[in-house]
Design a protein around this ligand. Structure first.
Ligand SMILES: C[S@@+](CC[C@H](N)C(=O)[O-])C[C@H]1O[C@@H](n2cnc3c(N)ncnc32)[C@H](O)[C@@H]1O
Length: 558
């Protein structure tokens, strides 16, 4: 099986190599262009839709209620009349689920525990596979069976389920370092699932299972693996809706500055390249939101994945630039000089920048007046200034929300619009970080993560109230913060641009200049979303929406 895995990865131009710190890592063997599929991964068992989302998606094909993908007709969902918990778009989807797993889960109607459900589903999926039952059909909007067309560029094949199961068996569970309370909770769940399967007379017919479900110990191992390998499945808009086990996708390690992203087409997982990846480079996704501070990211990664992150954004702990400079100056036998340079270089500067105090009015009451006072000074950029890379923008003398927005947007947007290389982009970004660090800033510091979180929610509030002019200013500020923090083709940046463009379009007070700016921001949204979402399948539908909207705006602009 190991050879089959190697062969499978090789077909995608990837290799799995051992790593001292990470156990294994996936590296590229060929150039993987940004916006293309790195690899696809199938779920080991039917993913578990969160209870809050059950009535909105078909359990089998994951299509959303009201979507028009079944023969062009918006379809409704029907609920299973026995458990009254799970929904399907038609008889066919229901029968597929019923035969595969639903009838064994249906009696647990009062059980609302994700680990419990996932464990039972995985045991059933593995047993079905071992006793040679036809593998559960994999239905996605972009794919049906093997040899499917996923992403923009590739006719990739879905890996055989035996390989999925094998890779699952190799994943790390970190049982040895798991917390006692957690392990005892897992033992309880494992015992309950095992008893349930025995009571339900689930037919364990395969020679490997010898008539019985796996032992409690084995089931605890599965649960440990779920803990540090499972994925939250999100929709096109990045709203999480389900959880699933995607063993091939779980081979990718984490970076706080990822070069790949995980997307979904129905039940299929797609790893997409966010930048060109060169041979020998590790392909990394991110396990946490890159918008939170290092301390928080590290705590999350340690708690759930049991490692201390040393990615390019987190590392350099031992070697600040000052120390390196001093060593060099000593070598040259000249006295150490007072360095005006900041402490860190590259991405490592970013987390010091975004740490900081709370945002908000002193009395804690956020109202329209406060919001207007904070964001009104922002001057929306002229559309033309975003289109081409002009002379380098000089940092302002004092960083306020307004000057920060203008500086970031004018410095970075043209670099994305003109598609400069990632190396050049990073070089420019690092210079911006350094300049931000060395320039005095107003209080509260405009670029902290707390400020960003608050501004994002103010933006949404203004959109809900139809306060387009203010929403557009806040939205531009949020864009500036996203550009500073997230990889340039991150889907969150693209989605935000799309919403911001709609807000600008609606801002009639802004007149033609607002329409022009909306057009420019839409072009940016398209450039980013083509990379993050692609142009095919459900995700490609979003790019199609942007294109349609662009046509409307272009008609207005004549
Ligand atoms: C989803 S798996 C990734 C694949 C894993 N390296 C393997 O070979 O099976 C997650 C586990 O990989 C390791 N890992 C992932 N990213 C890492 C990183 N940036 N640094 C150190 N370990 C990492 C951790 O042990 C984590 O629990």
């Amino acid at each position: 099986m190991e050879a089959r895995l190697e062969e499978h990865l090789d077909r995608f131009g990837l290799a799995l190599v051992n790593d001292k710190h990470k156990y294994r890592k996936v590296v590229a063997k060929k150039v993987i262009k940004k916006g293309t599929t790195v690899i696809t991964s199938r779920p080991l068992c039917n993913p578990i839709i969160f209870p809050t989302h059950r009535s909105k998606h078909c359990e089998t094909c994951f299509r959303a209620k009201g979507s028009t993908s079944h023969g062009g007709q918006a379809h409704d969902l029907e609920r299973c009349s026995v458990c009254k918990k799970r929904y399907y778009c038609n008889r066919e989807c229901f029968t597929t689920a019923w035969k595969g797993w639903h009838r064994w889960i249906c009696p647990d109607k009062d059980m609302e525990n994700l680990d419990y459900e996932m464990l039972k589903m995985v045991v059933i999926a593995i047993e079905r596979l071992r006793n040679g039952s036809s593998s559960p059909s994999l239905t996605t909007s972009a794919s049906g069976t093997s040899g499917t067309h996923i992403g923009d560029d590739l006719h990739q094949e879905v890996e055989p389920l035996e390989l999925t199961e094998y890779v699952f068996s190799t994943l790390m569970g970190h049982e040895a370092v798991s917390d006692h309370a957690q392990l005892s909770k897992y033992r309880e769940i494992a015992t309950s699932v095992r008893d349930q399967l025995v009571k339900s007379k689930y037919p364990f017919k395969s020679p490997l299972s010898a008539g019985a479900p796996p032992s409690v110990q084995e089931l605890v191992q599965y649960l440990c693996r779920f803990h540090c390998n499972n994925f939250s499945i999100h929709d096109t808009q990045l709203f999480t809706m389900a959880e699933g086990t995607f063993p091939i996708g779980a081979l990718f390690n984490h970076s706080c500055r990822p070069n790949a992203i995980v997307m979904y087409e129905g039940q299929m997982q797609i790893v997409r390249a966010l930048e060109d990846i060169v041979p020998g480079q590790e392909v990394c996704t991110s396990y946490v939101d890159n918008g939170v501070q290092r301390k928080e990211r590290r705590a999350l990664l340690a708690e759930k994945y049991y490692f201390h992150c040393m990615c390019p954004r987190c590392e350099q702990e031992e070697e600040p630039v000052d120390a390196v400079d001093q060593d060099q100056s000593q070598e040259a036998s000249s006295p150490p000089q007072e360095s005006a340079k900041p402490k860190w270089t590259g991405f490592r500067i970013l987390d010091d920048l975004i740490e900081g105090e709370q945002d908000g009015p002193k009395d804690g009451k956020i109202d329209g007046e406060w919001l207007t006072r904070q964001f009104e000074p922002i001057v929306l950029p002229n559309a033309r200034s975003l289109h081409t890379a002009g002379p380098e923008i000089q940092p302002p003398g004092l960083i306020t929300r307004a000057s920060f927005t203008s500086y970031l947007v004018h410095s970075i947007v043209p670099l994305i619009q003109t598609g400069v290389s990632e190396a050049l982009y990073q070089e420019r970004l690092f210079r911006i970080y350094r300049e931000l660090q060395m320039t005095p800033h107003a209080s509260p510091k405009p670029f902290t993560t707390t400020v960003m979180t608050n501004a994002t929610s103010f933006f949404n509030t203004c959109l809900e109230h139809g306060s387009w002019a203010l929403a557009s200013k806040i939205g531009m500020f949020v864009l500036a913060q996203y550009l500073m923090i997230y990889p340039r083709h991150h889907p969150l940046v693209g989605l935000h641009c799309f919403t911001l463009a709609k807000s600008l379009w609606n801002d009639v007070e802004g007149g033609l200049s607002s329409v022009r700016l909306s057009h420019e921001v839409l072009l940016l949204a398209k450039r980013i979303l083509v990379v993050s979402h692609g142009t095919k399948g459900q995700n490609g539908g979003l790019v199609e929406e942007v294109v349609q909207f662009l046509k409307t705006v272009e008609t207005e602009l004549g």
